[in-house]
Design a protein around this ligand. Sequence first.
Ligand SMILES: NC(=O)c1ccc[n+]([C@@H]2O[C@H](COP(=O)([O-])OP(=O)(O)OC[C@H]3O[C@@H](n4cnc5c(N)ncnc54)[C@H](OP(=O)(O)O)[C@@H]3O)[C@@H](O)[C@H]2O)c1
Length: 264
Amino acid sequence: MTRNLQDRRILITGASSGIGKAMAHQLAPLGAKLVLAARSEDKLRAVANALPGGALVVVADITRESDRQNVLGRAVEHFGGLDVLINNAGIASWDHFANSTEEILRQIMEVNFFAPAELIRKAIPILTNGVEPAIVNVASMCGRRAMPAWSEYSASKYALCGLTEALRGELARFDIDILLMVPGLTTSEFSQHFLRSEGKAKIEYDKGMPPEAVAARIIRSLQQNKTESWIGSDTNWMLRVNRWFPRLVDWLIARRVRKLYEGA
Ligand SMILES: NC(=O)c1ccc[n+]([C@@H]2O[C@H](COP(=O)([O-])OP(=O)(O)OC[C@H]3O[C@@H](n4cnc5c(N)ncnc54)[C@H](OP(=O)(O)O)[C@@H]3O)[C@@H](O)[C@H]2O)c1
């Protein structure tokens, strides 16, 4: 199947920066009709104003039920329906679980798991009437191999991966495709939004992928209807090694953590 994105009505959450913003910039020239959602109105408007043909901007905190309802309602009101829901908004925290808080765990689960899950539930009847409808869930390499100092984040992305797999079968009867994106390190504004940033390992942001490259892969996967996409060489390397030698990866990671936290 090749999905033509011309005139497709596409909702992107987290469209005010990073990968979401890059997707908006690449989808607009393909003729997609875009609904951009995030909390930062100024940033969203700047993205929409720079797009050929503009976009519908809906300011929304996706953790709020009323905002989720509003974003879907506005999309239907403006475009008469919805063909693709891209659950891209996400946050993270970078520190060891023992140092973190229940509030951080709950906040990350709200944004990265409960919000996309409930958006999907509400969007199903709308997408059922869409053209070649699809849901795209942007997870992370941490959703397929959990990492220390990314404990809350890994748990939230594992949950999103699990939901995606379960729904693949359920949504088949509505002819809604559900696609999973598994990117590795990306040089977006993600780290500026961390809820905690006390992890000890050095994150090599200069080795991350540009958000534009990740966005291009996500859009290609949507066009090709690819069920699961591992994005980036670090993701491909790590997930392949982990598939065959998970205990070795555990051992290497534990050795590194002991070294980093020696005497702490
Ligand atoms: N960067 C990486 O290394 C990396 C790697 C793998 C996967 N990912 C995933 O890729 C996705 C996009 O991340 P990014 O790298 O582009 O990060 P980013 O630049 O920080 O963008 C995150 C987006 O999410 C939005 N957002 C956060 N909380 C929200 C809320 N409560 N309601 C509505 N929108 C909210 C932000 O907008 P507002 O602040 O305006 O609300 C922003 O537009 C995330 O799901 C992330 O987990 C990132």
